[in-house]
Design a protein around this ligand. Sequence first.
Ligand SMILES: Cc1cc2nc3c(=O)[nH]c(=O)nc-3n(C[C@H](O)[C@H](O)[C@H](O)COP(=O)(O)OP(=O)(O)OC[C@H]3O[C@@H](n4cnc5c(N)ncnc54)[C@H](O)[C@@H]3O)c2cc1C
Length: 408
Amino acid sequence: MTRNQSRRLFLKNSAMATSIYVAGSRIASNPSRASVIVVGAGAFGGWSALELLRKGARVRLIDAWGPGNSRASSGGETRIIRATYGSGRIYTQMAARALQLWQEHEQRWGLKLFFRAGVLWMAGPDDSYERASLPLLKESSVRFERLSVTECEKRWPQIRFEEISWSIFEPDSGYLAARRSCEAVLDAFIKEGGEYRQARVASGPIASDRMQAVKIASGDALIADSYVFACGPWLGQVFPFLAQSITPTRQEVFFFGTAAGDLRFTDAQLPVWIDFGRRFYGIPGNHWRGFKVADDTRGPAIDPTSMERHISEEGLASARSFVRLRFPELANAPLLESRVCQYENSTDQNFILDRHPEAQNVWIVGGGSGHGFKHGPAMGEMVSHAVLGHKAPPTEFALARLLKKSSC
Ligand SMILES: Cc1cc2nc3c(=O)[nH]c(=O)nc-3n(C[C@H](O)[C@H](O)[C@H](O)COP(=O)(O)OP(=O)(O)OC[C@H]3O[C@@H](n4cnc5c(N)ncnc54)[C@H](O)[C@@H]3O)c2cc1C
């Protein structure tokens, strides 16, 4: 079936009397509104549900453990938002759009979700990624400064710039309160008329190119016109045909303590930083939770449901050694807190937004690959356009690229 045919089919089905049914009983009935079930209330699912609702759909959002829960990839305290993305034009554009939406929603909701600390991206000996970023930042009107090491040292004497060749500074970027944002999105979704439920969802039978229903743990079947599965690191469990395409990896995060009242290592005086060559990044201040340091290197594959979340001695030693190198004054800073999270890596680290290959009314959204959070609001817009047939999703996010050899 071509995209045009499936769009016609979708519109035809949407125009028919279509409602959400729970165990056979009708709970909403407005034949002119398409009904959508969104599974997963993380950064991608939450924003998708909200945007679908705002575009007129009847939306039910379901999550097994709740938005930003301790197992979810969106469940951390904070997440970086930056637009430097090498040659990844789509991500620079999405980050610029997302930043605008995050700020608009902060105002609208009267909540502090975005911290404009600036982002310092340090280039290592190979600076091809950074050089590729510059024209795209310009193209998307993202403000940035290209700084020499001398300029960086003058501005941030707290950092030792050994082995750094130069830096990109984005003054308008920073970090987001992650878990809090997921909750804020859910609150808005409910206030604006969405239905939320906590339950584990299993995909349902597919016939005639469509999923007929989804099942929840109680055994009830839920029916809607379209289904969006934004299950983060669980996507490969919900749809086994995706198991080879999405690998959840174990990632450790450390929060070190700075001296009382010392603002030099907080976001008041130090931006969010990324040492791309050494694959470390961090968030000073980090919403009062300490000096956050994390290694972006992909850890071992894990099961996000059953993984024990203790940090490893090697991970801590490696983080300390990095801190000693780059922030020598913090060499003996105590560890205050730690977290073990997971990235939900697609094979090529690009996102997924596409239909299920065998069910035209099922959308798969995910593959955040360690950089998805910031894009939540922009992704939500794209998902809503795709599901409601307004605009095809970006070809970069097509499933075909990952499923070359596998079959469903
Ligand atoms: C340590 C760490 C640091 C990161 N740093 C950054 C950063 O600085 N900037 C950035 O932009 N991104 C960052 N990321 C990546 C970003 O957090 C993720 O890409 C993003 O949060 C993924 O969101 P998601 O909605 O796809 O998945 P999730 O947040 O995992 O949401 C999926 C949801 O689906 C639910 N679910 C799963 N299966 C089912 C089921 N069968 N039924 C019902 N519900 C189900 C889960 O409970 C969960 O709430 C980081 C990630 C980690 C782990």
